[in-house]
Design a protein around this ligand. Structure first.
Ligand code: ZN
Length: 172
C-alpha cells in the first residue's frame, strides 16, 4: 500500500493557533485525510495527531497509544469534546509540532471524550493516564492551544528561547 505521509507543521505556524472548524459531512475527502493522518502519525512516530498539525483546520484527531503495533487501538475522533475530567497527574509530555522537546505538564488523570467515529457514529470513551493525556493534548490542538501554553515562568522562557534560536539558525 502506498503511504501518504504529510508534512507536520511546527510551533510558530499560525494554523496551530486558529481554533478548528467542525467537520460537516464525513465524505471521501475526510476519509482520505484520516488515512493520510494515520500514515503520518505512524511514520513520525507519534501516539496522537490533530488535523491542524498537517495544516487542515478541521476538528478531527487520531490517537493510537500502540503506534500501529496493536490492532483496534486506533481511535479516529471527529468533532471531539472533553465532557468530564477527574483527578490530576503530572508527567512528561511532548508534541510532534514541538520536536525534540519534553516537559512535564499536569493533566487530568481521567477524561471522558465525546466524538463521532469515522462512520459518523456518536461515541464516548473514558481515557486514563496516557490516554487521558493524549485526548486532552489533541483537543487542545483543535482549540488552537499547544502544550507549551501550560508551562509557566522559567521553564516556558527556556523552551521558547531554544525554539527561537533554532529558528534563527534555520533549523526549525
Ligand atoms: Zn501535539
Amino acid at each position: 500500500m502506498l503511504l501518504s505521509v504529510l508534512p507536520i507543521v511546527k510551533y510558530g505556524d499560525e494554523v496551530l493557533r486558529i481554533p478548528t472548524a467542525s467537520v460537516g459531512e464525513i465524505d471521501a475527502s475526510i476519509h482520505k485525510l484520516i488515512d493520510d493522518m494515520v500514515d503520518t502519525m505512524y511514520a513520525a512516530p507519534g501516539v496522537g495527531l490533530a488535523a491542524n498539525q498537517v495544516g487542515v483546520s478541521l476538528r478531527l484527531m487520531i490517537i493510537d497509544l500502540s503506534v500501529g503495533r496493536r490492532p483496534g487501538e486506533l481511535h479516529v475522533c471527529i468533532n471531539p469534546e472533553i465532557v468530564e475530567v477527574e483527578g490530576a497527574i503530572t508527567e512528561d509530555e511532548g508534541c510532534l509540532s514541538v520536536p525534540d522537546f519534553v516537559e512535564v505538564v499536569t493533566r487530568p488523570e481521567r477524561a471522558r471524550l465525546r466524538y463521532l467515529d469515522r462512520n459518523g457514529e456518536p461515541r464516548e470513551m473514558w481515557g486514563e493516564g496516557l490516554m487521558a493525556r493524549a485526548m486532552c493534548h489533541e483537543v487542545d490542538h483543535l482549540n488552537g492551544m499547544l502544550y507549551v501554553d501550560h508551562l509557566r515562568g522559567l521553564k516556558k522562557d527556556r523552551i521558547l528561547r531554544k525554539i527561537q534560536k533554532l529558528a534563527r539558525a534555520g533549523m526549525w
